[in-house]
Structures are given as C-alpha cells and as structure tokens.
Ligand binder design. Structure first.
Ligand SMILES: Nc1nc2c(ncn2[C@@H]2O[C@H](COP(=O)(O)OP(=O)(O)OP(=O)(O)O)[C@@H](O)[C@H]2O)c(=O)[nH]1
Ligand SMILES: [Mg+2]
Length: 621
C-alpha cells in the first residue's frame, strides 16, 4: 500500500479509524460495554476487510462458509473442492482453525497479511484458533477463494469470535444451516446483521430430509424475504449419506458449485458482489459511529456531573469558613479566654462592655507597654482557625465522596483511586497551619504598614504590632456586614473592644478598610487551600481522558465517510464495462431453491416434517 495515493474514501476511512482508536469509555454506564465492542469492531472491520479490500479491489473474491455448529460446513467445502481440505467430524466443534482454499495463481493475495492481519498463516492443519491454514487447490477457479470457518454458535467462545471476524472479512457469505436448525436465533442474528449492511449472502440449507423438501426450504425462503434477504440465493441440499472420504455426492451440491463457478468466471459479477458487500460494510461503519459518539457524550456528562458535585462540596466548605470567620463563631473558648488575658482582667472587660464610650479614650492609657497576652492570643486564634479549616475540609471530602458513591460511575472511580477520597489529604493539616500562619503574618504586615497620625503613634507603640494585629483579627472574626454590632453578644463585646483599640490607634476611618482587607486575604487563602484539596477529584476525572473533541471528531469523520462513499467505490475496468451504474446486487442468477436430485436422498431421516417446521418457527421472532 505504500507509495500509493489514498482515494478520498480511503482517507475518510483512515480518519474514521483514527477517530475511533482513542475512544475511551472508562465509566461503567449503561451501554458503554456494548459501545466499547462497537469501537473495536469498527477498527477490526476496517483492518480485516474494508481497507485491504479498497486497496486491492481486484483481489480474489473471498467466500466465507459460515453457520451453525455441525451444519456440514467443512463437508460442503470438501465436497465443492472434491477432496478433504478441512477435516469434518462428529465431535463439536470440529473446525477450530479456519481453512482458506484458493487457486495457486491467487496465492500471493492470501500469504501476506493483506486481509485478516491478526491470523498467522500456516500450510498444515492447525488446532491453533489464531491461525489461518492456506490450501492451494487448482480445481477451484482463479479469482474465487473459499474459507471454511468455525461455528458461529459454538460452545467455544474463541470459535464464535473468530467466526464473526471471518464473516466480517468476507466478500460473500455462504451461510450454511441445517434443516434441523435453520430457525435458531444465533444464525438469524448473523443473517440479520448481513442484511442490515447489505453483505452479499447465499444461504445453504443442508441435510433436508426428503419429506421436508417442499416445506422447509420454502419456509426458510419466506423468512429470508421477510428479513431483507429476498435477493439472496437459497440452496437446499437434500439429506444424503457421505462417501468414505466424507464427501457428498456431486449431484447434491451441483447447483452451488455451478453458481460459484459462474460467479468466478464472470469478473463483472464478482466485482459487483465485492462492491455490494464493501459498500454495505462502509455504510454500516458510518452508521454505527453516531451512537458511539453519543456514548462519549454520555461519559462526558457524567464526568461533568461528578466534577460539579465535588466542586459543590468544596464551594460549600469555602462558604462555611467564610461565614464562620466573620460571624463571631471563632470568638469563643480559648480565643475568648486569651483575649481576656490580653486586655487585662475579667473585670476590666466587663466594665468595658458597660461603658464602652467612656473607656474608648482611656483604653490605651490603661494598657502599658505591649501586653503580655498578645502571643498567646495569636496562638489561640491560630488553633481556632485551623480546627475550623480541618473540620470543614473533612466535611467537604466526606460530602464529595458520598455524592460519588451515589452512582455506579462514581463508585468505580472511588474504588480504583489510589487515594482515600473520603477524607482530607494526609498533609492537609500541615498546609492549613501554614495558611493560617501566613495570614497572620500578612495581618501583622498590614497593620505595620498602616500609617499613623502623630497622636496615635504612642498608642501604636504601646500595643505593639502583635497587639494591634490580634485586635484586627478579632474585629475580622465579628465583622459580618461591616463593623461589629453589639447584637453578637459576648463575642460582639469582645470585638467592640478590639474595634475601639484600633480606632484609638488608626482613627475609625481606617478600620473598616483594614478589616475588609484582612478578611479578603483570609478568604483567598482558604479558597486556595481548599482548591488544592478539590484538585484531587479533578485529577481523577481528567485522568479518564474523555474529551468532548473525541465525539465531535467522530461525528465529523462518519459524515465525511458518508460523503466519500456516495462519491463511489473504486471500479475495476471490467466491471465498468459490464454493469450499469449503481448496480450493486448479486449479478448471477441463482435459483431460490434448487431442484432435488432424485434418488440420492437418504432413507433414514428421523425428522418428521411437522416438527421440523413447527419448532423453529417458535424460536423466531
Ligand atoms: N449424512 C450426512 N452427514 C453429513 C452431511 N453433512 C455433514 N455431515 C456429517 O455431519 C458431521 C458434521 O459435519 P462437518 O462438515 O464437520 O460440520 P461443520 O459444520 O464443519 O462442523 P463444525 O466445524 O464443528 O462447526 C460430520 O460427521 C459429517 O460427516 C450430510 O449432508 N449428510
Ligand atoms: Mg467444520
């Protein structure tokens, strides 16, 4: 393929392949399993069949003989060839490794990995399912190859998968079923898929008991018509005995052999078969893609929902800390005790509560030198803030985890995560401590930088930066809706006093601004601290590598394939001459039901007509 310029259709398909390849549906959503399979099927069909077929449109027609277990596929292939190329057998399943029979002049088409690149070529019989046994047979016409596949309804999983893969790589399906099993669900699932993508199909109804010869084939023909296979030839092979070599009498399979020979002899008909299947396969690939794209979108939706839930949990934590660092909550317990210590005695404090205005002017005078309690108060503030942060971060992690636990996708992520998403990061406490200390440092810088009037300078020095700093922190903690209101109670009283101290130093104009600046700074630090926690959830979601561009690209690629497909498939010269434009149907006329060769039907059929027809009908819906 190297060196050859790709046709527009081939480039469109290559783009489609490139768009499907990275598709990742990591979350266990309904239908995701199915679409994951679709994605790998698309890739495989492109690799196994569509791309190689487009690149070598004149390669021999590959007819894959597939169908129900033990229907007589290998026997049919052997009988068509006239010798045993694929071992038939009584033990199911018999055929494990597929056998491809071709004319010696066609060998080069099959020895390399042009088609079915995943299967190793072998020339001897093999039990290795991942191999393809090549048999040269010159009684087969050039331009036509037969492939004996394993059973599509096998008890062996690999057989089923391989049979499906082989049928997907076929130009023509020679679908073998038996009179006893022709209405089983599995074969019909395959036939339905073939009809859906307009693959060229011929059905062989094997081992029809003489008495059922009128009824069963016509019932099957009717089923085929109803299911979109009305144009497909149907061959009925009467039940006969096989000879010592395991072959059917020539007359029993003559109509099939004749039909295949005619197909092989007429290059235009062969090309029409190839085109029909190829075009149908390409249309089906394009048709499957939008559902795949939608399933990417569904993954994205759930990812965004999980992201929003984690975000909400942490936004809530930031909000709570924001409120509780302003509504007086922190002005309790240790902080309150240390504040009392700082401003003097309890008496002093109580007097202050009663006579705030009187005290306002005298306050600073009462505090001589930097009060000893400033350091302790700072520590109390620090630990009060830290425990608030710890609690809220823990609650946020719990909420986020619980919201993810609520659905299967979230649960899968929690299970596969290598960190515990239900609690804060192990180093959270350390980072919280640092954030609080940094904030306190910034508050001290803030008051140190604030200009003072001459009159207040003495008071400033009397309280010291630490003293004024902690006073500002106290004001911040009771700062809801502007300056402190007395309605906050004891905490409010505490804060009012702090506010008076600051007024005495800076004048009342500056305090509102200083408190606001300090509060904004605290909020920003809390926000950053918790954002780092939230990142853990984001990282997990980002690690899923589901991208909204993936589905856009996929849809565009499928649309481009459709456009290029309408532009037409490559046409071989012979076909151009022989076929009217748009002709895509099997060009060789085949009887809907073959004539029964008389005298060769086996006598010992145990199957009764009525049963044969009745039982399968029930299974078909
Ligand atoms: N009497 C009679 N026996 C047949 C006929 N076709 C197949 N058999 C026998 O049925 C058994 C199964 O045939 P196979 O050709 O191995 O069937 P198959 O579909 O290839 O089986 P798997 O590869 O296992 O799916 C063998 O013993 C055959 O000899 C037939 O038309 N008449
Ligand atoms: Mg077989």
């Amino acid at each position: 393929m190297t060196g050859r310029q790709l046709t527009p259709l081939e480039s469109a398909l290559a783009d489609l392949r490139a768009a499907v390849l990275p598709v990742n549906l990591p979350l266990p959503l309904p239908g995701a399993d199915e679409q994951r399979k679709v994605a790998s099927e698309i890739i495989r069909q492109l690799d196994d069949y569509v791309m190689p077929r487009l690149a070598t449109i004149d390669a021999p027609l590959l007819a894959v003989v597939g169908g129900s277990t033990g229907a007589g596929k290998s026997t049919l292939v052997n009988s068509l060839i006239g010798r045993q190329v694929s071992a038939p057998g009584v033990i199911r399943p018999t055929t494990r490794a597929p056998v491809l029979v071709h004319h010696s002049s066609d060998a080069s088409w099959f020895t390399d990995d042009r088609i079915l690149p995943g299967l190793a070529r072998s020339t001897g019989a093999s039990k290795e399912a991942k191999s393809l046994q090549l048999v040269t047979e010159d009684s087969l016409p050039p331009g036509l190859a037969l492939l004996d596949a394993p059973d599509i309804d096998s008890v062996v999983v690999e057989n089923r998968q391989l049979a499906a893969q082989l049928l997907a790589a076929a130009d023509l399906w020679l679908f073998v079923t038996s009179a006893a099993r022709y209405a089983d669900a599995v074969p019909w699932g395959f036939l339905h898929a073939a009809a859906e993508r307009s693959a060229a199909v011929a059905v062989v109804l094997d081992r029809v008991p003489p008495r059922a010869m009128t009824e069963v084939p016509s019932h099957l023909g009717q089923l085929m018509s109803e299911r979109g296979l009305g144009d497909s030839p149907l061959f009925a092979v009467p039940e006969t005995t096989v000879d010592s070599a395991g072959l059917l009498p020539a007359s029993a399979i003559q109509p099939i052999r004749g039909w295949l020979a005619a197909l092989a002899a007429d290059q235009a008909s062969r090309a029409a078969v190839v085109h029909q299947t190829l075009d149908g396969a390409i249309a089906a690939l394009a048709a499957k893609t939008p559902a795949l794209a939608s399933s990417i979108d569904e993954q994205l939706e759930v990812i965004e929902q999980l992201r929003a839930e984690a975000d909400r949990s942490y936004t809530e934590a930031v909000r709570t800390v924001g409120v509780q660092t302003a509504d007086g909550t922190l002005l309790r317990g240790e902080v309150l005790a240390r504040w009392h210590e700082f401003v003097g005695t309890g008496e002093f404090f109580r007097a202050l509560e009663q006579k705030v205005s009187w005290l306002r002017d005298r306050l600073v005078a009462a505090l001589r030198g930097e009060p000893a309690g400033a350091g302790n108060l700072k520590v109390a503030v620090e630990s009060g803030l830290e425990s608030l942060l710890r609690e809220e971060a823990a609650a946020a992690a719990e909420r986020a985890e619980a919201s993810w636990q609520a659905n299967a996708a979230g649960r899968a992520l929690i299970e596969s995560a290598d960190i515990d998403l239900s609690r804060s990061s192990p180093d959270f406490d350390r980072r919280a401590t640092r954030a609080v200390r940094d904030w306190q440092g910034a508050v001290l810088d803030l008051v140190a930088d604030e200009g003072m009037t001459k009159r207040s300078r003495a008071r400033f020095y009397a309280l010291g930066v630490n003293g004024i700093g902690v006073a500002l922190m106290i004001v911040v903690f009771a700062h809801t809706g502007g300056l402190v209101g007395a309605e906050i109670g004891v905490a409010g009283g505490t804060a009012v006093l702090a506010q008076r101290i600051l007024e005495a130093v800076f004048g009342d104009q500056a305090i509102r601004r200083l408190a606001q600046t300090a509060k904004d700074d605290l909020d920003a630090r809390v926000q950053a601290l918790l954002a780092d926690e939230l990142v853990r959830y984001h990282k997990i979601l980002d690690g899923l590598t589901v991208d909204s561009e993936d589905s856009t690209r996929l849809r565009a690629a499928a649309a481009a394939v459709e456009v290029a497909r309408k532009g037409g498939l490559p046409v071989s010269e012979v076909e151009e001459a022989a076929l009217p434009r748009g002709e895509r149907r099997l060009a060789i006329d085949a009887p809907t039901v073959t004539q029964i060769p008389s005298g060769e039907a086996a006598e010992d059929s145990e199957i009764v007509d009525g049963e044969l027809v009745e039982q399968p009908r029930e299974e078909l819906r």
